[in-house]
Design a protein around this ligand. Structure first.
Ligand SMILES: Cc1cc2nc3c(=O)[nH]c(=O)nc-3n(C[C@H](O)[C@H](O)[C@H](O)COP(=O)(O)OP(=O)(O)OC[C@H]3O[C@@H](n4cnc5c(N)ncnc54)[C@H](O)[C@@H]3O)c2cc1C
Length: 549
């Protein structure tokens, strides 16, 4: 009985592998990574007109950008090496536990050895737990390829494998995708304070320790383990250097051009998009439509009614929900980073080591009370991370603060026009801005009298400028449901609508690197090539070439 079941599974697996090879990789589409296009970075373009059409977004720090990493290699290829990276100082993050009993700081140093030593110095009694934790983080994060493979397998096979429980048995990553971060830290025997410190990075994916998976957490911790980086010239550099490459390949990039609907032909296949440019509506026809607008926008708003209710679409929508929204505060300061004593280090400030409880209590509060119980602040100084900043703005510095928020607190103003919302909306926003400034002055007392201006961005601001559904900072919630192997297998670039593909963070995970995986998966599916192996081949050729020289 068991033998026949195993045989059946092996046969199914082989059939799947054959289909993957024949269907996906045997195509004759051109290889976009056939040659190394990296060239020495040209001087920074600072002219405002030249940069006008570039979208600005709030990237704070990226890991794995040192030379020789896969992340750096792919970004070099898609920007022809024009996107340059500056490393953050070490510690790249500092966790602050600001308790009634006093304030403690926990630095996260760049480099695995320094990172571990930093933790052990603060928790000398828990050295074994820290060793076990880091070992597990590495094993789990290194197995993330299994989640990618799952998306390459034929859908039914991937779903079957995940249903029969085999995947979690053999893949540490997929196993950790069914365990919460809190559960794993408790199993490791970490003290409550160590649990809090090890969980500190959850705002980068937006889900508290008992609701997120250990796999998501391990990906992020591993991502920054060697240190963190910031785009030289600011985060708009990312789009600024990708756009020319798209244009060279015959593409065009339009801004302020909202897609209103995906056009379907009489057979229900995607055949183009209807775009609103100014007051004009334009229908653009194409054989393949790729949506990077996110799962919710695409399925709930861009599909015509007839396609929206297809069972495949509804099934995917039921698997996920929009994630947490963050309130942003942008602060301008008088003075250079040296004068103000600012660092490129990010600060995560917490007021309760029970992060789940503090967040639950806060999010369920009425909005007038919530501001007095903010459980965490993320504080970063973008100007201090960018070596080109002083050349452009010699006597000013910036800080950004992120605070978790509930969309519901702002929902009643969603129909009012952006920039002209009622007084009560502005009052609520101001209360978060003021709370941030008083926290900043507690954290950095030397900034007293240096704040020139401060503005706030609510979940409605995210919705307006980033088209983020319900203001969600990282797209679909990275909770235990979303990372479950069955859901990972089911939500993929190929949509239930023929010729419509999805890309970006909802296809894999959030973050620049997560969204890039979504793009690679999507391009692989359309081109019927394995772009991961194309990149690997190119990487080997480049390394061999370097050895000869
Ligand atoms: C404040 C903030 C800080 C962050 N910090 C970091 C960080 O430090 N490091 C990191 O790695 N990640 C960070 N992230 C996450 C990262 O920015 C996202 O995960 C990533 O940008 C997702 O990429 P994407 O291409 O999937 O989606 P997006 O970058 O959201 O792109 C989707 C695009 O689709 C457009 N769109 C939507 N609907 C339509 C439509 N109907 N018509 C036309 N266009 C449409 C939107 O305008 C948007 O430009 C941060 C996110 C935020 C909001």
């Amino acid at each position: 009985m068991w033998l026949s079941l195993v045989l059946l599974l092996v046969l199914l697996l082989l059939a799947g592998v054959r289909r993957v090879y024949l269907g996906l990789f045997a195509g004759r589409s051109p290889n976009p990574f056939s040659q190394d296009v990296k060239r020495p970075p040209a001087p920074l373009v600072t002219d405002k007109e030249a940069r006008k059409r570039v979208l600005k977004q709030g990237i704070h720090y990226i890991g794995h950008m040192e030379e020789g990493t896969f992340g750096r290699f792919i970004l070099d290829q898609i920007t022809e090496g024009q996107l340059d990276w500056a490393s953050l100082s070490s510690p790249f993050d500092t966790v602050v536990l600001d308790m009634p009993s006093g304030r403690k700081e926990f630095p996260m140093y760049s480099g695995k050895k320094a990172y571990i030593e930093g933790l052990k110095e603060k928790f000398p009694q828990e050295k074994d737990v820290i060793n076990k934790y880091i070992k597990l983080v590495k094993v789990v994060a290194d197995g993330a390829i299994h989640a990618l493979l799952l998306k390459f397998l034929p859908l039914r096979l991937a779903q079957l494998l995940s249903k029969c429980g085999l995947l979690t048995r053999f893949s540490p990553f997929l196993h950790a995708s069914t365990q919460s971060l809190a559960e794993v830290l408790q199993q490791l025997g970490a003290s409550p304070e160590l649990q809090a410190v090890l969980s500190y990075i959850f705002p980068t994916y937006g889900v508290t320790p008992s609701r997120t998976t250990f796999s998501m957490h391990a990906l992020l911790v591993n991502h920054y383990l060697q240190g963190a980086f910031y785009p030289r010239g600011g985060s708009s550099e990312i789009a600024f250097h990708i756009i020319p490459v798209i244009k060279q390949a015959g593409g065009a990039v339009l801004t302020k051009a909202t897609v209103q609907t995906v056009l379907l032909d009489s057979a229900g296949k995607a055949c183009g998009v209807r775009v609103k440019k100014g007051q004009e509506l334009m229908d653009i026809y194409c054989p393949t439509v790729v949506s990077n607008a996110g799962l919710f926008n695409t399925y709930e708003h861009l599909l015509p009614e007839s396609a929206r209710c297809l069972s495949g679409v509804q099934q995917q929508l039921q698997m996920v929900r929009p994630g947490l929204s963050m309130f942003s505060v942008f602060i301008c300061l008088r003075g250079t980073k040296e004068e103000l004593g600012l660092q490129s280090t990010n600060y995560y400030v917490y007021f309760d080591i029970n992060m789940d409880k503090a967040m639950e209590r806060y999010i369920s509060m009425p909005r007038e009370k919530a501001v007095e119980h903010i459980p965490l602040y993320f504080v970063a100084s973008p100007s201090s991370k960018d070596p080109t900043w002083p050349g452009r703005f010699p006597d000013r510095s910036t800080l950004t603060v992120l605070i978790p928020t509930a969309y519901e607190w702002f929902e009643e103003w969603q129909e009012e026009p952006q920039g002209k919302r009622s007084h009560d909306y502005e009052t609520l926003k101001s209360s978060f801005v003021e709370a941030s400034i008083s926290m900043i002055l507690r954290l950095f007392p030397q900034l007293e009298g240096k704040v020139e201006s401060a503005t706030g961005g609510s979940p409605l601001t995210n919705q307006f400028f980033l088209a983020a559904t319900r203001g969600a900072t990282y797209g679909a919630d990275h909770d235990l449901d979303r990372l479950h192997p069955y859901v990972m297998a089911s939500i993929r670039a190929q949509s239930p609508i023929p010729n419509l593909y999805l890309s970006g963070q909802d296809i894999f995970t959030c973050g620049l690197m997560g969204a890039l995986q979504g793009a690679l998966l999507c391009s692989s599916a359309i081109l019927k090539r394995n772009l991961y192996s194309d990149l690997k081949d190119l990487g080997s050729r480049v390394r061999a070439q370097k050895k000869i020289m």
